[in-house]
Design a protein around this ligand. Structure first.
Ligand code: EPS
Length: 389
């Protein structure tokens, strides 16, 4: 059975739910692993007032017993503390109070196409689900995927490369320990100098009522080769990763390895030559492909980069049209964040972990974690792959 991750919930409704189906039985889970990622998602310079209201935690209500998965769907609930302030406006049931409709779609948000598509006169019926608040549920489910990956020796990390006009210096090859202090940076950037400049950039632009985008990178360490496939377009690992990361709110570009930069270099500088020694086994000296060749993992670290646009809710709104009067108007003004690139990196870790965990289940079977581990070991032995690289 493939791994499935379903989220439900509105930004200011009672709460968010994530159901993860297809997780093997016998996987050890810890509440702290899940809550740590939820807390990491709330951080980052540029966050707005909502993060002062919420302290996200996941209540596991199904699929886990005494710290081990049972093989059935796992249900994770995250309460919206803010719901009490929206009790009438977001109540699942009819209320006595008169609730004003929202008629001012924000350029760049789901508001206008969503209202057309779903036949709503109230834009709130669209924006509540489109909000990136939904990513809290993805992160809760992603923590389960990360636990599965850790059980087969895989770790997923992320860091911010760019915020607005500030780009951190090229880090080149990174090892897992390079990420040890990344969450200490207020923008989750590996360079202390760039972190300071990024904070400054956010402060300056926020004062101008601007929102700010940027780029980040997710890396996965310890993958076996052969996840994904070259034989079908849907099975290609890079295609699945691109879809999963692009699905995160406000992401407008995804690249694997050197991605778009590969278009401008000659072939002799675009690929990763193949080596083998008795001591090291198979290896490459470069990783321009970002760990994927022919739609399959090649055993090098996975490198996924993504570009996030500036958030479309602006404190100085753009021009729009009132959907009830069709008159020109300013777009909806709502409380918002000025920059969520650091948080988006944490969300992308969850999405990448989900795709990779699914690839392991597909390739190695997913009834029990012990059977999966044994299958990974047998396969690694057949291809002469050292698992403890
Ligand atoms: C978010 C919660 C939201 C926003 C943000 C992400 O809270 P509120 O709308 O109550 O301020 O901070 O949502 C958006 C960026 C968006 O475009 O909707 C969160 O939990 O991440």
């Amino acid at each position: 059975m493939p791994l499935r991750l379903i989220t439900a919930g509105e930004s200011h409704g009672p709460g968010l739910t994530c159901i993860v189906e297809g997780v093997p039985a016998g996987l050890e889970l810890h509440q702290e692993q899940i809550d740590r990622d939820l807390a990491r998602r709330q951080l980052g310079h540029g966050r707005g007032g909502r993060m002062k209201i919420e302290t996200d935690k996941a209540d596991v209500t199904a699929g886990v017993r005494h710290g081990y998965t049972l093989g059935g769907p796992i249900c994770l609930d995250v309460v919206n503390a803010d719901f009490k302030n929206w009790f009438d406006r977001m109540n699942p049931w009819p209320v006595e109070a008169e609730i004003d409709e929202v008629h001012l779609p924000r350029p760049g948000h789901a508001d206008l196409p969503g209202a057309w598509k779903y036949d709503f006169t109230d834009v709130r019926n669209v924006l509540e689900r489109a909000s990136a608040r939904e990513t809290a549920a993805r992160v809760a489910g992603g923590a389960v995927a990360k636990a599965l990956l850790a059980a087969v020796g895989v770790e997923v990390r992320s860091h911010v490369i760019q915020i607005g006009s500030v780009v951190s210096p090229d880090t080149g090859d990174l090892t897992i320990s390079d990420f040890d202090g990344v969450d200490e940076s207020p923008v989750r950037c590996l360079s202390a100098d760039s972190s300071a400049a990024m904070v400054q950039e956010i402060n300056v632009l926020r004062k101008r009522n601007e929102s700010i985008g940027g780029t980040f990178e997710v890396r996965a360490f310890g993958l076996v080769p052969g996840l994904g496939t070259h034989v079908s377009w849907e099975g290609r690992l890079d295609g699945q990763l691109a879809q999963a990361v692009m699905s995160i709110q406000a992401i407008k570009g995804v690249g694997i390895g050197n991605g778009f930069d590969l278009a401008g270099v000659p072939g002799s500088e675009a690929h990763d030559e193949i080596f083998h020694t008795a001591e090291r086994g198979w290896y490459r000296d470069t990783n321009r492909a970002g760990g994927v060749e022919g739609g399959m993992s090649n055993g090098e670290s996975l490198v996924v980069r993504a570009a996030m646009k500036p958030l479309p809710t602006l404190t100085k709104p753009l021009r729009s049209v009132d959907i009830s009067t069709l008159e020109p108007a300013e777009a909806l003004r709502e409380r918002t964040d000025s920059c969520t690139v650091p948080a988006a990196g944490v969300v992308a870790e969850a999405m990448v972990a989900f795709v990779l965990a699914n690839s392991y289940i597909e390739k190695f079977g997913g009834d029990s974690i012990g059977d999966m581990r044994a299958a990974v070991e047998a396969y690694s032995e057949r291809i002469g792959w050292k698992l403890d690289r």
